[in-house]
Design a protein around this ligand. Sequence first.
Ligand code: XIL
Length: 358
Amino acid sequence: MKPLPVLVLCLLLLMQCGKKESGDATPTPAPTSPKTPPSTTLRQAAPFPMGAAVNINLLKTRAAYSSVVKTEYNSVTAENAMKFGALHPSEAVYTWTDADYLVEFAQQHNARVHGHTLIWYKSLPNWVTNYPGNTAAWENLMKTHIQTVVAHFKGKVAAWDVVNEAFEDDGQLRNSIWRQKLGVDYIARAFEYAHQADPAALLFYNDYGHEYNLTKRTAILDLVNNLKSRGIPIHGIGLQMHTSSNIANANLANAIQTAAQTGLTVHLAELDIAMNRDGVATATFTPALAAAQKDKYKAVVQAFKALPAAQRYGITTWNVGDADTWVRGYCSCPDWPLPFDENYQRKPAYDGMVEALH
Ligand code: XIL
């Protein structure tokens, strides 16, 4: 019955052509980068939540940005607005405005809110780094921050990165101010405090390096397995996945699979794929780089999609368009790590994600 599929294919192609002519005047795309039908968005295509980290200022002021966020994504993370320094700038002051704006935006557009992050060694206000209290006062500081924030968003924020980046690259527990003041088991207590404040929230440990640092990955997996075995309320593991073109697909898949072996739900929490890891100041985003990036995005999404459905918390890219990425600031170099370009047009990377989702 060979002729039938060929005929169907021809008809489909004709229909596609018809749509194009009656629609916009987009030039015919290159064969390596088929344009996804405009009717498909990430949130429609995915059998799990698709998210983006959101810059609240851009959400408020840039129409193209907010339009992409609401049409493409059904999960959002505040890129910075829920960090300690943003929410709790002095001991008696909490500033909810930006974070509340994001929560309201998400509610209006049927998107989940992922909370990032309660306890981290960065983004700490001076009043915390200079806090003079004794051990009991520090314990109270951590508990009060966690519980005030989680309670404020109770029922609105589905899940929290309770502790972020607690490990060094050599697999040792980072000598953060939290560890110095509260001892190594501050992590377990942070989860317990968060759980008390919102027993329905899913609680995550979030970190980077799973896909390229076996020592660190092992330390992270040992930690979460230890917490689980002690009955500490941990439900998820976040793999940041700030990754790059030079990481092999097998390593990406391995990181995702080993995280799932903990039995926890898995979040690719901060995905971006840097294409200029050497920081070349004159680098440009060539079609070859775009194609390589597409393959990488596709591989990541395919590996994630292969997990058991119950363990697929979702995939979140770290911001939306290449103009907004933190990578450019971090490396002080040109880079194009996201699925949308500077003008919020879909890149081949976007098509790679959709191809993997179908
Ligand atoms: C980054 C933001 O993207 C920047 O805007 C900010 O200046 C610094 O933090 N790991 C994390 C994120 O967990 O919170 C970081 O976000 C990127 C690395």
